[in-house]
Design a protein around this ligand. Structure first.
Ligand SMILES: NC(=O)c1ccc[n+]([C@@H]2O[C@H](COP(=O)([O-])OP(=O)(O)OC[C@H]3O[C@@H](n4cnc5c(N)ncnc54)[C@H](O)[C@@H]3O)[C@@H](O)[C@H]2O)c1
Length: 365
């Protein structure tokens, strides 16, 4: 089992990563029981609860029948105020008090919703995350952000509310849809791309094992990814500086997702395409060379991620970029790189350069 600590200003918390962590006789389950001595409510979704609620109950030393839970329909469409209200009502129905706990069992949608409910119920109660998607393990469960969507846009409501404990049992990934698994890998590649050339090489040398979801390799890549995110978050908890580096590929990716009305591509897939566009923009600006873009493209493709942008006009993609808070009359803000492992924030990138990258669609000769 890997264990790492996320250091936040007010209170840090441990992340436990490995196989068999929900095994009732193991050390992780013991730690979990230590965090949940009293009443709790499990929040999960319709895909995850039938598979893992029983295992979680056993790890907590309780029967499933006596474990209060609320099971929401699965998917982003349910990260809403209505689901949030349902969780709060369930908290009250289960008689939770200030020293009781919410447990999120699921992907990023459940983690964000349950975390925000924990931040709000009785002005804040404790919260444990049991992420069951790769994206939730390497990204959304680290850093303390919680939230939900409004009709007007994604993640418009939320709070910083760190969990007390994150327990990432790699075994739960065995039932995750292949596309969802690959989408999580895009964020893993991102950490290597922005900060860790050694990790990039390590991933490139283990593509077959990663694609086969080898438990030891997956546990290690989750651990390294969490370490990177935790380090950046510890340096910049409230997103004043460095944390922006985590948006490598995201400005392009978000523009693609928005243009497609969030249908057709998963977030990680859009980020994969966006990272390659960021690498190509870096090339155009003379910050990095073509060999780095080619290595990034090769790794993303080997992991089964898309790298060719969908047919969308550059003007359509430039629209949301121009509305970005960090855009000025002189240009746009991007996270670019000097090559693998060396990301940096670049302001005032000329719109014409971005347009040229967006117009580049087919594979390179
Ligand atoms: N808080 C943050 O810092 C942060 C960071 C990144 C993303 N997010 C949020 O995370 C969300 C995306 O998370 P996600 O990709 O985990 O999506 P998700 O929670 O919707 O899960 C994806 C799908 O996989 C299913 N699933 C989950 N675990 C499974 C398992 N082990 N076996 C079988 N099926 C399983 C779910 O039911 C769902 O259908 C978005 O809402 C995004 O805004 C938050």
């Amino acid at each position: 089992m890997h264990r790492l600590e996320v250091a936040l200003a007010e209170r840090g918390y441990p992340i436990l990563i490995g196989s068999g962590l929900l095994d009732p006789d193991g050390e992780a389950a013991q730690t979990l029981r230590g965090e949940v001595p009293g009443r709790c409510l499990v929040v999960s979704d319709a895909q995850v609860a039938p598979r893992y609620l029983g295992r979680l109950a056993a790890a907590l030393g309780r029967s499933q029948a006596e474990l209060p839970n609320v099971v929401l329909p699965s998917g982003e469409a349910h990260k809403t105020l209505a689901s949030f209200g349902q969780i709060l009502d369930a908290c009250a129905g289960a008689g939770l008090r200030r020293d009781d706990l919410l447990i999120a069992l699921g992907g990023g949608v459940i983690g964000d919703l349950a975390g925000f409910a924990a931040a709000s119920y009785m002005r804040g109660i404790g919260f444990v995350q049991i992420p069951t998607t790769l994206l939730a393990m390497v990204d959304s469960s680290v850093g303390g952000k919680t939230g939900l969507n409004l009709g007007a846009g994604k993640n418009l409501v939320g709070a910083f509310w760190p969990p007390r404990l994150v327990l990432a049992d790699i075994d739960t990934l065995s039932t995750l849809d292949a596309r969802e698994y690959r989408a999580g890998l895009a964020e893993v590649v991102k950490y290597a791309a922005i900060a860790d050339p050694g990790f990039f090489d390590w991933l490139a040398a283990r593509v077959a094992l990663i694609n086969a979801r080898d438990p030891a390799v997956v546990a290690r890549l989750v651990e390294v990814s969490c370490r990177h995110k935790a380090a950046i978050v510890a340096r910049d908890e409230r997103e004043q500086g460095d944390r922006a580096l985590l948006n490598f590929g995201h400005t392009f990716g978000h523009a693609i997702e928005a243009a497609l009305d969030y249908k057709g591509l998963l977030h990680g897939e859009a980020v994969a395409i966006g990272m390659l566009q960021a690498a190509r923009l870096s090339e155009r600006l003379g910050l990095a060379n073509a060999a780095d873009s080619a290595r990034l493209e090769a790794l993303l493709q080997a992991l089964g991620l898309p790298t060719t942008p969908p047919q969308i006009t550059p003007e359509r993609l430039l629209e949301p970029m121009a509305l970005d808070k960090k855009a000025t009359r002189k240009g746009l803000r991007f996270i670019l790189w000097h090559g693998i492992g060396q990301a940096r924030i670049v302001d005032e990138v000329a719109v014409g350069e971005v347009r040229a990258v967006l117009a580049e669609r087919g594979p390179r000769a």
